[in-house]
Structures are given as structure tokens and as C-alpha cells.
Design a protein. Sequence first.
Length: 267
Amino acid sequence: MSKVVLVTGASSGIGKAIAHFLSDKGYKVYGTSRKPQKEQNIPLSFVVLDVLDTESITKVVSSIIEKEGRIDVLINNAGMGITGPIEDTPTDEMRKVFDTNLFGAIDVMKAVLPIMRKQQSGTIINVTSIAGYMGLPFRGMYSATKGALELVTESVRMEVKNFGIQVTNVAPGDFATNIAAGRYHTPVYENSAYKKIYAENLALMDAHVDSGMDPKEMAKTIFKIINTKHPKGHYKVGGFMEKFSIVLKRILPDKMYEKLLMNHYKL
């Protein structure tokens, strides 16, 4: 029997690559988007789901259970980016990103956990970010949301393990997707104290995305996790230096690590 997989944020980028890859592998995949478009020539169902709307989440999960009788895998991928100096970024925009990246993911987990407990089985994979392991200049709020989801994942993993449910997260580095287009970019204000350096870093961030890895590498890792009986709590997918930066933070003195980051971002 094919496993039933729910992938949030599946209309583009990493989520789309995951949904298509798993569908090609024979899984029954339900991809979600706030504005889904019909996919042609593949056995992939797209449904409307907004992670900011709990009624929308409940409706989709109930519909899948009604049709399939189960949900075997949840891939919590829906999210949004945000850039800007903390001082210049509107607090309401910060809250919106937390609502999407953290509380949205939590609400989807809460919706699928009852059926997974009933099944005594299930896998939840939260897509976080390597940026969640460190505070990055001009990406501080994004780092904070993904770092928070990492810790929540650790907690939920222990809480549900006795029910036969596996919970893990996958932290990607830079991937060649359209994430930059969907970010909230704090404007480069003419009177900002950060005008010049922030503008330069915006260009640097976009360049990193443009030269990023193929999203299919994330899909391959997700496929591997689904087929692992006892997955680890944390997986990282990215370039050598991206993954090594996490190791460096663990072993270097704070000031030395901070200096490395500041040099990288030309601060």
C-alpha cells in the first residue's frame, strides 16, 4: 500500500521538488498551496491550505483521512523569508513570519497527530534551515523562526515517540529556488543607518540563492528519511561550508565566530 504524504508549500521550490519526487516514487502525495494550480500528467493532488488558517488545515487533513483513511507522512515545508535590519523591520512583519514559519508548522502537526496516534505510526519532517543554527545579519528574524522550529521539533519528537511517531527536521542551505521573490524585504530606506551595507547584503543573499543547490537533493534526503526506521533528530542538506559553519559555531569562541560572519557579510 502506497504511503499517504502531505506536503505543505508544494507549489514551488523545495516543496514542489519533494512532492514531485515522492509522487514519482509511487507515494500518494497531497501537495498544498494557498493558490494551487493543477499539475498535469502526474498522480499528484493539490489542495488549498493556508497554514495561517486553522480551519483550512483541519478541512484538508479531514478530507485526506476521509479519502485515504490515513496520513503516513507530513512534510512541513510551507514558509516565508524575511530580510532587513532588526531596527528597520516592522514588528508586524516579524510576527507574520513567526506565524507562518513556526506556528503554522505547529498547527499542521497538531492536526495530523491524532490520526498518527490512532495508526500508531507516522513520520513528521519539519523543513527548517541552516540559518536557524546562527543569528545572521539582516536575516535575524528568519534565523529566529527556523531556530525555534528546530527546538520545537526536538520537544515534539520526545513527546510522541511512544506512540510510534517519528519526528525530525531537515535544515537546507541555499537552494536554487524562487524564495527571494517571496520574501518580505524591508525597504532600503534613504535615511537608514544601514542603507549601504543592507543594500549590498541583499544582493549577496540573492546571489547565494541563484547559485544554490538543486532542490532535488532535498527531495532525495526526504525520501531517505521516510524509508529510515529510526531517523535522526536533525539532518542538514547544503554545501560543505554551510554545514561546516554549524560545526565552527560549536567549537570556536563566540567572538571569533562572530568575526568570521562579519567578515563574510562585509560588516
